[in-house]
Each structure stands twice: as C-alpha cells, then as structure tokens.
Design a protein around this ligand. Structure first.
Ligand code: AMP
Ligand code: ZN
Ligand code: FE
Ligand code: FE
Length: 290
C-alpha cells in the first residue's frame, strides 16, 4: 500500500495539473495521495465531481485523495519553515485568510526579486514569470526559475536556486507568512493535523535545532516528515528519535513537483499505521475516493 502525503501541482509550483497528478498516482499504484500545494487548496478542490468520476472510471484502481496544504511559515527569527496540514476544513475562515495573505504578498515579493536581478543586469520581467505561472494560484521562486531557464540564463531549477534564488542569495526576498506556531494552531482549530515538513533539509537553508522542533509540540504539532529525499541518514535518525520521545506521527513522502531528476511519486512513503492515526485525528474534512 503506497501512501504519499506531500505532492504539488501546477496550482502552486508543481508541473502537473491536479488531473495529471492523480492519473500518474494511479498508474504508480499509489493508494493514498495528499495534494499539498503551497498556501492553497485550489488544486484538490478543482477536482470536482465530474473529473472525479472521469478520472476514476471503471476498471481503474481507486485512490484516496487527502485534503491538504503546505503552509509557508517564518519563525520570529526570520527562518523559513514549511508546515503540512491535512484533513482541515477548507472553508475555515482563519485558515483561508492566512493562506490568502501569504499568496497576495508573494506577488510584490517576486517583483522585488526581479528588480534585484535586473540591477545585476539579468533581464527578466514579471511577464516572463507570469508566462510560467499562469495556472498557479500561488506564485513562487520556481516560476522565476522557469523564466530564467526560458531566457537561457540557467539550465534547470536546481541551477537557478544554486546561483540566484537560494535563501541566502543577495536576490532573495521573503514574503509575509505566519509563524510555525500560528500555522499549527490555525490548522488544528480547523480540525486538521499538522506535520512539520523536511525539518532538517539543510540544503535549503537554515534549519531548526531539535530543541526548537520539540518546542512546537506544546503548540499542538502532530507529526514530523522524516523520510524525505533532502534528509540524510543522520537527520532521519534524529527526527525519528524525537518523534518517538514526543509521540509524534512519522511520515515519509515524495514532495513531488514533477517528473524530473530527483522527483518520483511515492519515492518515500508513510506506513499504513501512521496514516490510520492521521485519519483518525483529522476532523475538518473527509478523504475523497476518486
Ligand atoms: P518559495 O515558496 O517561493 O519561497 O519557493 C520555495 C520552493 O522552491 C520550494 O517549495 C521548492 O519547491 C523550491 N526549492 C527550494 N529550494 C530549492 C532548491 N535548492 N532547488 C530547487 N528547488 C528548490
Ligand atoms: Zn514547492
Ligand atoms: Fe516544502
Ligand atoms: Fe513541498
């Protein structure tokens, strides 16, 4: 039973439409799939009943689709943290407002990054970025990376991040975001389950200490994403131990953004026992059979 609880679509910075992602997940024999676009639920919500029937036509295996989102957070110290939420009420006012505030500020943020790149004689425009984010509700750095690829400035997203877009780059600009504590509380008030994403992925920038992670338990943190391609063996061991000490869910997931090097659906998975626990704890929305 393949359970993948962290994936992205074109509605944020993934490369597939929600329909394509679901079809690929079925082809890969995934049984449980969470669509966790950055700061939006529009992706899985766009899978209306008509599509659900056509994607899940007779003869095809069925899939349990888990309502989710990956909330971009900023600690009081200014560090970027991602919080996964599952099975929350997608109409919850505070959660809807929190995500909308973040999404709105992502536009001026990308414009500021473009302006800094322009000052360094890299001529990319907001229209170039829009050409790569036209299906997206949430605009992010990967769309700017795609614009730089199209302009021939870099070869791929990895090179764009390594040279220009990483968190410590002179071209980096942040955006408004809730603190991880606020995100956990908001997810939980909406009936959801909170799981800290790729907490020790050092290649993406500064990370929490284990003590800081354990401090989140008091705010209601439910789980840790342990098995993630950006975690080495030591990171996984540390996180697994911490999860055991604090009785947190241990998840594994692909963080799939599209079929390119390093991304494969269900390349890391969550155990059926943990999934049952998450399902039992979430009370804001239901899993959809599609
Ligand atoms: P943003 O939300 O706009 O700050 O962009 C963050 C997203 O960029 C992440 O969710 C990843 O999809 C992607 N990303 C972050 N770091 C890297 C990296 N080093 N290489 C490629 N993609 C990255
Ligand atoms: Zn992403
Ligand atoms: Fe993330
Ligand atoms: Fe992600």
């Amino acid at each position: 039973m393949l359970i993948d609880l962290h994936t992205h679509t074109k509605i944020s910075d993934g490369l597939d439409t929600p329909e394509q992602l679901v079809a690929m997940a079925k082809a890969a024999r995934v049984s449980v799939l969470a669509i966790t676009d950055h700061d939006t639920t529009a992706g899985w919500q766009s899978l209306g009943s008509a599509e659900r029937i056509s994607i899940g036509g007779s003869g095809e295996p069925h899939l349990q689709l888990v309502p989710g989102a990956e909330i971009s957070c900023l600690t009081t110290g200014g560090m970027s943290v991602h919080m996964l939420g599952y099975l929350f009420d997608p109409q919850d006012h505070a959660l809807v407002e929190m995500m909308a505030t973040t999404r709105d500020d992502r536009i001026p943020r990308i414009r500021k990054m473009i302006s800094l790149l322009n000052q360094a004689e890299i001529s990319v425009t907001f229209e170039d970025v829009q050409a790569h984010s036209d299906s997206a509700t949430t605009v992010g750095r990967p769309h700017l990376a795609d614009a730089l690829i199209a302009l021939g400035v870099v070869r791929d997203r990895n090179e764009a991040f390594a040279r220009y877009l990483h968190n410590d780059s002179p071209f980096y600009v942040g955006h408004i975001a809730p603190t991880p504590e606020e995100a956990i509380a908001t997810i939980k008030r909406a009936g959801g389950v909170s799981v800290l994403a790729h907490a020790l992925a050092g290649s993406r920038g500064a990370t929490y200490s284990l003590d800081e992670i354990s401090d989140l338990v008091a705010f209601g943190l439910d789980g840790l994403e342990v098995d993630h391609r950006d975690h080495d063996r030591a990171a996984r061991l540390d996180l697994r131990r911490l999860a055991c000490d604090f009785d947190l869910f241990v998840t594994g997931s692909s963080d799939y953004h599209g079929e390119n090097v390093g991304h494969r659906l269900a390349m890391e998975v969550t155990s059926p026992e943990v999934w049952e626990g998450i399902l039992a704890r979430g009370s804001g929305s239901e899993v959809q059979q599609i």
